[in-house]
Design a protein around this ligand. Structure first.
Ligand code: 2M8
Ligand code: MG
Ligand code: MG
Length: 279
């Protein structure tokens, strides 16, 4: 099994960023050799330090809503990966547009459509700290964008729809996280989840079963890409519109408590029954 999990509002509490209520399950999954793959809006830099804190150092990660995929040595493929690895052995894929291009297009659209928004690149470190309650160090890592721009919408709904339409004609996408809107190229979490599932199959010769956990609109594609989707109750008001054929487990609790609740239910229904089948 592979477990793809969103971080903010899902494994991490929306406000305090703690994951303590999920820590016991993280150790249990590690013991059972279940790979937990962070699938998030956060940046590569945020991921590299969080992975260590979460004890997920040897796992791949999906950052910036699918725009950045990190592959540790065991997930690399001699023929499929021509890219050079970083000094730490990681190979990082950036399948879509780079942040410089995205920010230039955003500046053009702001002028042309006469709409009001602030991109993360326009915000000072202090403002990011205030808005997100991240420490200065973590906020600096959040500012190190490679392939997606979080933004604050300062205009009305109809302007937002015009903006979304213009982005799409430009080959860009708009999605929504917990606090910010996010603009990136033609990628999403679900696409990168499928890419990693294919990579696993190419390396091992067998398709893994998958679990997915998320709380926001930007997690819908993730939930639709896995065998066992878990919608963690959000602290935000956003409506989550998942395809009707998808059998969702909806948690009662939010954040890491909800994460533990959803994982416990999956463990009971899928893992305990399948290990009984095997005996
Ligand atoms: C932003 O992402 C979250 C994800 O839901 C949001 O939209 O609220 C990103 O800037 C991310 O890099 C950052 O760590 C996070 C902090 O809350 O906010
Ligand atoms: Mg989230
Ligand atoms: Mg996220």
């Amino acid at each position: 099994w592979l477990v793809f999990t969103d971080l903010d509002g899902t494994l991490l509490d929306h406000d305090s960023y703690t994951w303590q209520p999920a820590a016991a399950w993280l150790s249990r999954l590690a013991e059972a050799d279940v790979t937990v793959i962070p699938t998030t809006s956060k940046t590569r830099e945020e991921l590299l330090s969080l992975r260590d804190e979460l004890g997920l150092t040897a796992t791949p990660f999906i950052a910036e809503n699918g725009a950045v995929i990190g592959l540790p040595a065991r997930w690399q493929h001699a023929r499929l990966d021509r890219d050079p690895s970083a000094p730490d052995g990681l190979i990082v894929k950036t399948p879509s547009l780079d942040i410089g291009f995205i920010r230039r297009r955003l500046a053009v659209l702001r002028e042309r459509l006469d709409v009001r928004f602030r991109g993360m690149g326009d915000l000072s470190l202090d403002t990011v700290c205030e808005l997100t309650a991240l420490s200065a160090d973590k906020a600096r890592q959040a500012l190190a964008r490679e392939g997606s721009e979080p933004l604050l919408w300062d205009d009305d709904e109809s302007a937002l729809e015009r903006f979304r339409h213009a982005l799409e004609s430009d080959g860009l996408r708009l999605t929504r996280g917990g606090r910010f809107w996010h603009v990136m190229g033609a990628v999403d979490k679900g696409q990168s989840v499928r890419w990693l599932i294919d990579r696993y199959a190419a390396l091992r010769g067998t398709r893994p079963a998958s679990v997915g956990l998320g709380d926001g609109p930007n997690d819908v594609s993730l939930l639709e890409a896995v065998d066992h989707p878990i919608l963690v109750r959000g602290k935000h008001a956003a409506v989550i519109d998942v395809a009707p054929k998808v059998a969702l487990y909806r948690t009662r609790q939010t954040g890491p408590e909800g994460w533990a609740e959803g994982i416990a239910d999956w463990w009971q229904t899928c893992m305990e029954t399948s290990s009984m089948d095997n005996t």
